[in-house]
Design a protein around this ligand. Sequence first.
Ligand SMILES: O=C(O)CNC(=O)[C@H](CS)NC(=O)CCC(=O)C(=O)O
Length: 276
Amino acid sequence: MLIALIQTTSSDDPRENLARISARIREAANDGATFILTPEVSNCVSMSRSHQEQILQLEADDLSLSGYRALAGELGVWLLIGSLALKTGDVDGRFANRSFLIDPSGEIVARYDKIHMFDVDVNKDETYRESDGYRPGAKAVVAPTPFGDLGLSICYDLRFAYLYRALAQAGAEILTVPAAFSPVTGKAHWESLLRARAIETGCYVLAPAQTGQHSAGRGKERQTYGHSLVISPWGEVLADGGTEERTVLVEIDRSEVAQARRKIAALCHDREFEGP
Ligand SMILES: O=C(O)CNC(=O)[C@H](CS)NC(=O)CCC(=O)C(=O)O
């Protein structure tokens, strides 16, 4: 089957992002893709909490979500909306960073809230405190599809191998890692970590990424690394989106998962052991 990763530069305007990404989804469907994935925070890359307060919606009212559901139904494709930033009922007023799997009839068949928060000082100019704005999730999610069971994750989750092992042990054959990676850590770690997750689990890894210079509003700039990647269950890079906005089209084949796991059955070789 043909899949498509939409690599894009989202702004802090959800309407504009919905229009841009929807146009690209239509093109990808036209080209024959039947599973189309978008990056983390597809609806809004913003550095401003007050802007997010103004513009983000609850899931039930969100225009991006209803737009993508209608589009999936119209085009008859599967969509993984890497994530939407959404309002929640969190006591601290924090948002959710939530992935949605939408089926070809437009139904939401899975949702996943990012578990690991990017609270990191990359260097003295580049610091992130994701948990100030977002409420972390606490539930791992595997969703069945006709083309394989999907294990959902988002961005910084990538650094926590135990999550992916748990997803694979629960039956995942395809791991999704939508991202808005930082350029510095992306250059150092992105490809290695994605390949490692594929090799460790014998899963396809699909990683649609935000890229480039985001006009994140209020005079603040945000840059992301790009390089949307598709990794085979054997750990090969099947496609690399580079740094421009583009759509990455790749054929994937579920039988490759079984084949990789036949060669190295590490997923069946876990052992119980005493802690150090
Ligand atoms: O901020 C938002 O609106 C949405 N969230 C993100 O973009 C998050 C937190 S800043 N980005 C990451 O997790 C990058 C991880 C990364 O770069 C690494 O692990 O090295």
